[in-house]
Design a protein around this ligand. Structure first.
Ligand code: GLC
Ligand code: MG
Length: 252
């Protein structure tokens, strides 16, 4: 059977999605590289990491150079080889963002342990939070932020990480921004992820979605509650799961 249409844009999370199993990563890299040469497919990495931490991983795993990097959970977009984050995106996120006030409110919660300074970014405030208290802490934090008129999104990932971002600044919104800029149809776009900070990739448009077989409980639960025929839960893990999904959608 032939391909229905070609893939114009592949967006993938890195840790435990594209990266996690070296053998399947190598195989997928070759397929994507050939595919990109044939169809001009754009490749975007959407990661929670800072740009510096992404560069370390990209070097260690010899990742294909992306057409854009979405870093810091969506709050920074770097096009091609740009050194600075996209200024339009920065301007948009900065409009209603009061970082210091958010940090002050979060510091009232003893259970929120700040992540290392390198993970604190202009539009991302990050903590560690134990799963045992998450159900109590998140609603209270949300309530306090709301009460102070602070528009922010709280994202919990991997049963460990809690990020506070400007609302409208997550990975999913960053993908919508790039799709619009590049004029790419959602049905020719595939998004792939494994954890809580990837939920936004699946929730705004009708992009084809691949959830890898090793996905975390928060993403699995979200998928169960929001079933869609354009989302596919793979059996295989990491890059193998992406490949399984690309076959399911008949892109390869
Ligand atoms: C990455 C980032 C971390 C963030 C987590 C979840 O691990 O380094 O700061 O909290 O992703 O988004
Ligand atoms: Mg991940």
């Amino acid at each position: 059977m032939g391909l229905l249409t070609h893939l114009s844009l592949l967006v993938t999370d890195l840790d435990h999605t594209l990266v996690g199993d070296d053998r399947s990563l190598e195989q997928l890299k070759q397929i994507l590289d050939r595919y990109r040469q044939t169809y001009g497919t754009k490749i975007v990495y959407a990661t929670g990491r800072s740009k510096t931490s992404y560069q370390e991983l990209a070097h260690a795993k010899s990742l294909l150079a992306p057409d854009a990097l979405i870093a810091a959970v969506g709050t920074e977009i770097y096009l091609n080889t740009a050194t600075d984050a996209d200024p339009e995106w920065v301007e948009q996120l900065g409009r209603n963002w009061h970082r210091d006030r958010i940090v002050a409110i979060a510091s009232r919660f003893a259970d929120l342990e700040p992540q290392p300074p390198a993970e604190q970014r202009p539009f991302k405030v990050s903590y560690y939070l134990s799963t045992s208290v998450v159900a109590a802490v998140i609603p209270q934090l949300q309530e306090l932020l709301l009460h102070q008129g602070l528009a922010a999104d709280i994202i919990y990932s991997g049963s460990r990480d809690l990020d506070i971002l400007p609302s409208g600044g997550d990975k999913g919104q960053a993908v919508q921004f790039l799709r619009q800029r590049w004029q790419i149809d959602p049905i020719q776009t595939v998004v792939c992820g494994d954890s809580g900070n990837d939920i936004s990739l699946f929730k705004y448009g009708q992009e084809r979605g691949i959830i890898v077989g090793n996905a975390q409980s928060e993403l699995r639960l979200w998928h169960e509650l929001h079933p869609a025929n354009y989302h596919y839960l793979a059996v295989a893990e990491c890059a193998d799961g992406i490949l399984e999904g690309l076959k399911y959608f008949r892109f390869v």
